[in-house]
Design a protein around this ligand. Sequence first.
Ligand code: TMP
Length: 237
Amino acid sequence: MIKKELLYEGKAKKVFTCEDPNLLIVSYKDDATAFNGQKKGRIDQKGIINNQMSNYLMQRLEKAGIPTHYVEELSERETLVKKVSIVPLEVIIRNISAGSFAKRYGVEEGIVFDEPTFEISYKNDALNDPLMNETHAIALKLATKEELETIKKYAFAVNEQLRAFWQECGIILVDFKLEFGRDVNHQIILADEISPDTCRLWDSQTKEKLDKDRFRQDLGGVEEAYQQIMNRLKQHI
Ligand code: TMP
């Protein structure tokens, strides 16, 4: 499949049209941003790692009955995906307190929850992705009640699958962000990516952060952390 025209360029990926009107080609960049684009940088090889990791995990999720946009890996950085209309929500599941949850509620990082939490934010950079509840999303016609039920069911199922997989790799899945879309048949499927950009991943033993928080918080060893996560994944597939 050959790229035709650039449809959209985001902070971490470019999206191209191709010969098939129902498919798109995603190309992963090494560019990294944080705090809604205020902090900018580059993480060498990130595009390759995120592409390969996301594709591997999405194929695993498909086998577990969660539909995704994944079609075929075309190259180190490029993947063929199903065209979707994105539901403009950032869907976040948390198993352990960290990041904006810890900040918002004034608690330390590392509190292990009895049950995973589910939250949604309006995907809108101009408004800084405000947190909302399900009735707000329905009021704004971002998704229907049925779609939100499906999204929630899939998000918790993704958590169970990924948590178990990362545990085998000696990694704790702290939290993650998902994005969903509607395919050509108006069905909800998992889209975007699953990578150290979109998940918090801690070493099970040392609790060392092995994800984009190293970039967000200037902890150093950013490339090494992405590489280490990829190596752990490869050892278990
Ligand atoms: P948060 O604690 O900053 O709300 O982040 C929760 C999870 O979502 C974390 O794993 C990082 C991920 N995330 C994104 O993928 N994109 C974003 O823009 C933000 C803010 C968080």
